[in-house]
Ligand binder design. Structure first.
Ligand code: GDP
Ligand code: MN
Length: 377
């Protein structure tokens, strides 16, 4: 899961990484009476980068101004997400901004370390030859040794800050089974350093071993709806475009991603990613009922495309469960098109045919049909 900055900073504090002191506003809490006079930074909490450029990171000279800015950010839309919480933290001034990230490099079977003497909002335009990067074996000692090596050519204060940060971040990375830890900017002052921003992504598959992260999910369920869903239901469902109009009922992560790409290349707007894992149905339509109900709550959704490529799955069984699920999710009232290929296709034809859902074995005619349906909605 992609931790919101406030939660990532709470985790950093546990690992003794210095962060600016801050508080979180959410729900009805407008922060009145909780903020001392001072210079603050007001930061909209969304799981996306580029907030600074998008107006979600603003400086305030007084407590009143900070609260006013926070009120203005609350509810704002940014990159398809909504700001439901705002962090206000002490403003750092007169500091240099450097960059450090640790990331799993799955292809190399190691950890990729990236450092830059120039951090901050323009990190993407730092020339590649000024980024220091190396992939090392996946253990904390190797990461620390790598950073010690890479900072040798840097000015003393930046080098010392990055080396110290690396020790703490490497520990945290492995202890919490992260896939990415990025601090940008890491502020370097005359007399120390502090993490100005934090992006931490952890491995959802490791949650069973991570009590602190599970507790966070419980305490802040509203902030992580997709991870909560995956844990409760045992499959993956992600809204990829809140304004999309095609609900995808699909299985297989790779196939589902490819379908999203193909539909988009075709000018269509898929609403969600789904790997429902038909193998886990065991004769129970409740996963299908859940997905159809979520579709029913999506205001932009106009049609559903069912796409199942069945190797082991019996498409007759799948279709019968699907028809059952439709009865249990009456809130969904949009046309559907199915593309089913594989094991026991003929039974699927018969069962879906009876419920009036057109069935294709190729994708192209299915999406053509979908396009016609969308044109008449
Ligand atoms: P992002 O744009 O989503 O990565 O959000 P950041 O938290 O990184 O904030 C964007 C930029 O705002 C940073 O790169 C800093 O340049 C600036 N910034 C954030 N907090 C402070 C602060 O306390 N003091 C100063 N001087 N700049 C800040
Ligand atoms: Mn940042």
């Amino acid at each position: 899961m992609y931790l919101l900055e406030h939660d990532a900073k709470t985790l950093l504090e546990k690992a003794a990484v210095p962060v600016p002191r801050g508080l979180l506003l959410q729900g009805e809490d407008d922060g009145r009476g909780r903020l001392a006079e001072g210079a603050w930074v007001v930061k909209g909490q969304v799981a996306a980068g580029g907030r600074g450029k998008g107006g979600l990171v603003k400086k305030a000279g007084t407590a009143d101004e900070a609260l006013r800015l926070a009120g203005g950010m609350m509810g704002a839309a940014f990159k398809g997400r909504r700001v439901q919480a705002v962090r206000i933290e002490e403003q750092v001034s007169g500091a240099a901004e450097v960059y450090i990230s640790l990331m799993i490099n799955a292809a190399a079977g190691g950890i990729q370390v990236i450092l830059s003497e120039q951090g901050g909002m323009e990190i993407e335009s730092v020339p590649a030859d000024q980024l220091l990067s190396e992939t090392v074996s996946a253990d904390a000692a190797a990461v620390v040794a790598c950073v010690d090596r890479l900072v040798r050519a840097m000015p003393a204060r930046k080098a010392a800050a990055l080396a110290e940060a690396a020790r703490k971040l490497a520990g945290l990375f492995f202890e919490y089974e992260a896939v990415l830890v990025e601090i940008n900017p890491l502020f370097v002052m005359e007399d120390g350093w502090v993490a100005g921003d934090a992006k931490i992504v952890t491995d959802d598959n490791a949650l069973d071993r991570q009590p602190w992260l599970r507790q966070l999910l419980e305490d802040r369920a509203g902030a992580y709806p997709e991870t909560v869903l995956k844990r409760q239901h045992g499959f993956d469902y992600v809204v990829v475009d809140p304004e999309g109009d095609i609900g995808l009922l699909t299985t297989g992560a790779g196939l589902s991603m490819m379908l999203i790409d193909e539909l988009r290349a075709d000018g269509l707007k898929p609403y969600n990613f789904l790997d429902i894992r038909t193998g886990g149905f065991r004769g129970d339509p409740s996963r299908l009922v859940s997905v159809l109900s979520w579709f029913g709550e999506a205001p932009s959704l106009k049609a559903v495309l069912i796409n199942v490529f069945a190797g082991v799955t019996d498409l007759g069984e799948f279709s019968a469960l699907f028809v059952e699920a439709l009865k249990r999710a009456p809130s969904l009232r949009v046309p559907m098109v199915a593309r089913l290929v594989g094991n026991n296709q003929e039974a699927a034809q018969r069962i879906l045919g009876q419920s009036g859902i057109p069935l294709y074995t190729d994708l192209k005619p299915a999406t053509d049909h979908l396009r016609k349906l969308l044109a008449t909605c």
